[in-house]
Design a protein around this ligand. Structure first.
Ligand SMILES: [Zn+2]
Length: 422
């Protein structure tokens, strides 16, 4: 199975990446044949080894910095990892004209399972990535690849770099080491500093077709075809959410509760209650994540710092700062989880009203929420399309307010009130 097989509905991107991986492979092979010297930076040197070209759009050439964009769930990070694997592919088939990225060889396999020495995948569960972490990463990027191919850094959440961190990264992207490749992922171009994105080759993933996502869930995750189809439809081509919905009972219950909301907001009391419940559900998610990870992390750090295990013993002198740092991190992660969870609920709600609008307009597009068809039809029959549009707008405004750090309860209350109002 080639590394590209999990990239559903992204044939164009897979084609571009395959071409670049082939070019990258040619560079590595030519250099190895030329005595294994690192690429010379002296352009006047006629005997210089082949060099990586600068970023130019649509080119099949290899380049040092890539930016993977695409809507949430389209598989940006999966595409970046697949490319990283193809760059490390050492399959003997390459010599016979096979494309790099076989999926089986040592290079592909270790990259995909996350143990390749020359591939660093950075993802964060925090709201932002700071200067310190980015400096560490830039230092790491300067290393020569131990395996003799490429030093690959995958930054899954490049949109979360603080401005300071972005400037640190910019210097590294401007003057990369000869064998270093940066693979940045972000929802859209606007999420990355213009100075950084102008130095990257851009790749845009599209929302994968619902059928293709269902197919992936069956093939890759062994999920029942019917369940896979309904999860893919409900999440409208968001791969990770579809998988979660198909495998997590709690996620299904949460979604069902959200989709009941439109029928429960007849009066002000109902609106305020519904808002409070959305907030509580998000807080509950954050609490659960905290319970699963915080205790373990704290214990591990205590052990690492040399505290006597199980005795609640004091931390050695001078280590309180590290514990404080972990607690801050855990707090930031809770905020992030809460926000993501609420955003998910709002996404479901917007999808509900989009279906209502489709019914009102007699559109023939496939509905996402066929499991609540009755509710969709009731709301559709009881209101006009203009009103539905205003409701969709109210959900969008709420998400924007949350992005601007408006107090969540206030933002959600304003939304439920607007959903009720004509
Ligand atoms: Zn391979």
């Amino acid at each position: 199975m080639a590394v590209w097989d999990d990239l559903v509905g992204q044939d164009r991107v897979a084609g571009q990446l395959t071409a670049a991986a082939r070019d990258a492979d040619t560079l590595v092979t030519a250099e190895a044949a030329g005595g294994g010297r690192p690429a010379s930076r002296d352009a006047a040197d006629a005997s210089a080894a082949p060099r990586v070209s600068a970023a130019s759009p649509g080119s099949s050439k290899m380049t040092h910095a890539w930016l993977f964009t695409g809507p949430p769930g389209s598989g940006r990070a999966a595409a970046a990892r697949a490319f990283a694997a193809a760059l490390q592919c050492v399959s003997p088939d390459r010599a016979l004209g096979g494309a790099p990225g076989c999926g089986f060889c040592e290079g592909c396999h270790t990259t995909l399972i996350g143990t390749h020495a020359d591939v660093e995948v950075v993802r964060t569960d925090l709201l932002s990535i700071g200067v310190k972490e980015t400096r560490d990463l830039v230092r790491r990027a300067q290393l020569s690849p131990a395996g003799g191919r490429w030093q690959v850094i995958v930054l899954e959440d490049a949109d979360r770099l603080t401005e300071g961190a972005g400037n640190v990264l910019l210097k590294a992207v401007e003057e990369p080491a000869p064998r270093t490749v940066w693979l940045l992922c972000a929802p859209s171009l606007e999420d990355v500093l213009p100075t950084i994105r102008s130095r990257c080759r851009l790749l845009t993933l599209r929302t994968p077709p619902v059928d293709a996502v269902a197919d992936l869930l069956v093939r890759r995750d062994g999920i029942e075809p019917e369940l896979a189809a309904s999860a893919a439809r409900a999440t409208q081509g968001h791969i990770d959410r579809a998988r979660r919905l198909a495998t997590d009972e709690r996620a299904r219950a949460r979604r069902a509760a959200v989709l009941k909301l439109p029928l429960r907001i007849d009066d002000v009391g109902g609106c305020l209650k519904a808002a409070q419940e959305l907030i509580d559900a998000a807080a509950e998610d954050a609490k659960q994540v905290a319970e699963e990870t915080d205790v373990k992390e704290t214990e591990e750090l205590r052990a690492a710092l040399g505290a006597a295990a199980g005795t609640g013993g004091r931390l050695p002198r001078g280590t309180a700062g590290a514990m404080k740092e972990l607690q801050d991190r855990q707090k930031r992660r809770a905020t992030r989880t809460q926000r993501d969870s609420l955003d998910l609920a709002l996404t479901d709600l917007a999808g509900f009203y989009r279906d209502v609008l489709a019914l009102q307009l007699g559109s023939r597009i496939a509905l996402a929420n066929t499991d609540v068809q009755d509710a969709l039809e009731r709301i559709a029959a009881g209101s006009k399309p203009e009103r539905t549009l205003r409701r969709i707008e109210a959900v969008r405004a709420c998400r924007e307010a949350l992005d601007r750090n408006v107090a969540p309860l206030l933002a959600v209350e304003a939304m439920t009130m607007a959903l009720r109002a004509g």
